[in-house]
Design a protein around this ligand. Sequence first.
Ligand SMILES: [Fe+2]
Length: 394
Amino acid sequence: MQYIWGWLIILASVAGNAEFWVILVNRTHSFPIPHPLLRRFRTCHDLAIPGWVLLLLIWTELSSNSLLRGGRLQDQPEFLSWLIVMTGFWSGPLVWQVLVWQFVRYRQFYAADSRRVYDVGGEPGLDSTMVCGQPRRLASLWPWNEYCHLEVNTKSLVVRSGRQRPSRGSRTLRILHLSDLHFIGTPGLDYYRFLVQKAMEEPVDVILFTGDLIDDPSLLGVAREILRPLTAHAPCFFILGNHDWRYDLDQIRQGLISDGWCCVTGRSEIVVVAGRRILLAGTEFPWVTDTPPNVVNSGCDLTILLSHSPDQLRMARVLGYDLMLAGHTHGGQVVLPVIGPVYSPSLFGVSHAAGLFTGGPVALHVSRGLGGKDPLRWHCTPELTRLCVSVQNT
Ligand SMILES: [Fe+2]
């Protein structure tokens, strides 16, 4: 019996230590911290997780009283028992996260009325690998990698406004939500041409992009060229993201604006769709310290905030928005069986890694995004989302 307890305590300690470092990495990556410092956090995480396992194994080898050999916690050296208790404490949030994922988040994460998944690398006439340069080796190491798949899905939501507004129009608003394109060369440019072609297959009222356009500034020109046809398909609005922030923001912004995109960072625009006045605003906070306008008395039928990070949900509520669209978290990119997503650079951690959240005062859609600097995705297919929004004025 003592053996079983010892193994359970060690298991809780190892899992809790990993959870602590993952939480730290997720939270630090939600702030505008310089890249070298973030890399140091990741290095600590990379060393601390296997390092703790190694230390416990070495101690087991050295001591006949170790927990894995049937010893009791009080038999361990004081510093070791203290560390085991402290790390074991963090297994609690992990258990909670697993329960929330199983019973609530899984449904929100994969919510869609319909979906069609394309293996873009396998499409006729397209490059079968869709990768180039250094990342190719990394991408090919992982089996069942979905980084060059594309899910085109439709999600319906009802947005209820608590404010009195004139009831205008009845048709559902059709929004195409794009996020996190991350032009870097992986997947190849054919992937992006394919997704633009799919984006234009059905009519939409507006196209909204929630940031992270490029990871390789030399690809800005070709990225603009690939996205340009979208501006002829529907009015296009955008904000930029934290990866764009590492390069020349003005150059990227002006490039898109000259192609016909409308930037709504820190400001708002009104579009009229099917007789409805829709207000669109944006924020790149905390990477750009802009403040979107307060829209409590806007008189519009629907107010939408584009935010690169889902962390600005509270800001959206305070300023009176009905709907917020975000990206940034990429759905965690890797979704593990039972546990769910692990890495999500957000103050919410993994709880808002992706999906449709309609329970609160502000409806939220977090896109899994379409690209990523690291060419690895499991159970987290890149998504192109058509949002069908019904507005209920009260
Ligand atoms: Fe991103």
